[in-house]
Design a protein around this ligand. Structure first.
Ligand code: HEM
Length: 412
């Protein structure tokens, strides 16, 4: 089998990370009290309002109005041609939307292009680990984030998870590219389109009888929800890399965080909620992410669909068992149990046993060249499985993808 290129691995990382973002829904358990101080944010100050009651006060009324006045199909069509950060907007957009996008596409004053360039180096070097963790830590975790799981399940995209993943994959891919936030890149466009899609979901989901029955709030995707999902991505990924003792220079670690801080801002998360350091991110995640993780019927169904997609798409080594075992390894027995992931005696043991030497060989700590042939073969088979896992939805992410504003919920 041809070995996947770095670009492909990065793309797959994005695709899988996208899972995290895409499986967002409403918690079965009460959410925790907001006490995190804005002093620890990139803004350094703020009102400290509970983000559970803050949404997107600029995008939400605008998109609600676009939907209500029937402009969305035309807008989605026009925006397909807007792909590069530095590209002029297409002619014919409604004036209020044009004004919004011109404002929303501006990077924050604190964006640091040097750090963003270092983040690319990190993504290049760590593509495989990022692919696996975005997919099987962040992505699968999203099905255990109740608000995210429910919002995704009852929105239009919930009825076609393959399409959903493909679209969400775009964000995870774009953030890892060389010019992500530069005029030639596409990440700003992707973030702004996602911000519009989220505003559409905020307007539409409250009209879904199925969603309102299970939701514990009137409007989905609050700033708190967005930070929860954000932590399921970079914070969770970095926690795993640290746990595995992957050596990461401080500058690269900070740069990776920075690329996600800028992403948060571009998605419409207020600066006063975006952590300014890994310490602050870990503290906030402990408060907002860990306590809300819980199973929901919707999350269990989504997890099952996702694990089945591997074999449908690949038809090869990525069986449901392998993907389930990877999920169990990365998220632990409790979450795997919630998601009703079957135990896989062979794969569970293999992954747990092979992971430490796999990292050690990749990091140059363990030399396998003199090891018995059988051992080397097992190692390379494992390496291949992880590459395939990281490439999960690659083929789907290759054609031009345009994130769209939805006009409906999941069909009943
Ligand atoms: C759409 C990313 C937070 C629910 C999307 C899309 C992306 C994305 C890239 C476009 C893909 C598509 O249209 O299918 C993110 C990121 C987040 C985040 C990076 C946080 C950092 C959330 C949260 C929720 C959520 C917190 C719910 C609580 C949804 C839904 C859609 C969507 C329902 C539209 C699905 C559809 O109808 O097609 N998100 N998201 N997202 N997101 Fe998020």
């Amino acid at each position: 089998m041809e070995s996947p290129s770095r670009r492909n691995v990065l793309m797959a990382g994005g695709a899988l990370g996208a899972l995290g973002a895409l499986t967002a829904a409403a918690p079965a358990q009460a959410s925790s009290l907001w006490t995190w101080s804005p002093k620890g944010s990139v803004a350094g100050a703020g009102e400290g309002a509970d983000p559970k009651w803050v949404w997107d006060e600029v995008a939400d009324p605008l998109v609600a109005s676009l939907i209500d006045r029937g402009d969305v199909p035309k807008v989605n069509d026009l925006l397909k041609t807007w792909t590069k950060n530095g590209q002029a907007l297409p002619a014919g957009l409604p004036a209020d939307l044009r004004d919004f996008i011109e404002e929303a596409r501006k990077l924050p004053s604190w964006a640091d292009h040097g750090k963003l360039a270092t983040a690319f180096e990190f993504n290049q070097k760590r593509g495989l680990y990022l692919g696996v963790t975005y997919g099987f830590a962040s992505g699968m975790m999203s099905t255990a984030i109740p608000k995210e799981a429910r919002a995704v399940y009852y929105s239009k995209g919930g009825a076609d998870m393959k399409d959903r993943i493909t679209k969400t994959a775009k964000l995870g891919y774009d953030i890892g590219t060389e010019k992500a936030f530069e005029p030639d890149g596409e990440m700003i466009v992707t973030c702004v389109k996602t911000r519009l899609a989220h505003a559409g979901v905020r307007h539409l989901l409250p009209q879904s009888p199925a969603w309102t029955k299970v939701a514990d709030e009137q409007v989905p995707i609050s700033q708190a929800d967005m930070m929860v999902t954000w932590h399921s991505l970079p914070t969770t990924v970095m926690q795993n890399l640290v746990k595995w003792k992957v050596p990461i220079p401080a500058a690269e670690s900070t740069a990776f965080l920075h690329s996600w801080q800028v992403t948060a801002h571009m998605l419409g998360i207020l600066d006063e909620y975006i952590p300014n350091s890994w310490d602050e991110a870990n503290a906030q995640a402990k408060q907002v992410l860990t306590p809300i993780l819980a199973p929901t019927p919707e999350g269990i169904k989504l997890a099952d669909i996702l694990l089945n997609l591997g074999s449908v798409i690949d038809g090869g080594i990525l069986t449901k068992g392998v993907l389930g075992a990877l999920t169990r390894f990365l998220l632990g027995d409790e979450i795997a149990g919630w998601l009703k992931i079957q135990r896989e005696p062979v794969w569970d043991t293999l992954i747990t046993t092979l992971w430490p030497p796999f990292i050690a060989v990749r990091e140059g700590i363990l030399d396998l060249t003199k090891a018995p042939k059988e051992l080397r073969e097992i190692y390379w088979a494992f390496d291949e499985i992880l590459r395939q896992a990281a490439l999960f939805f690659l083929s789907e992410a290759q054609y031009p993808i345009s994130i769209q504003i939805p006009t409906t919920n999941r069909p009943a």
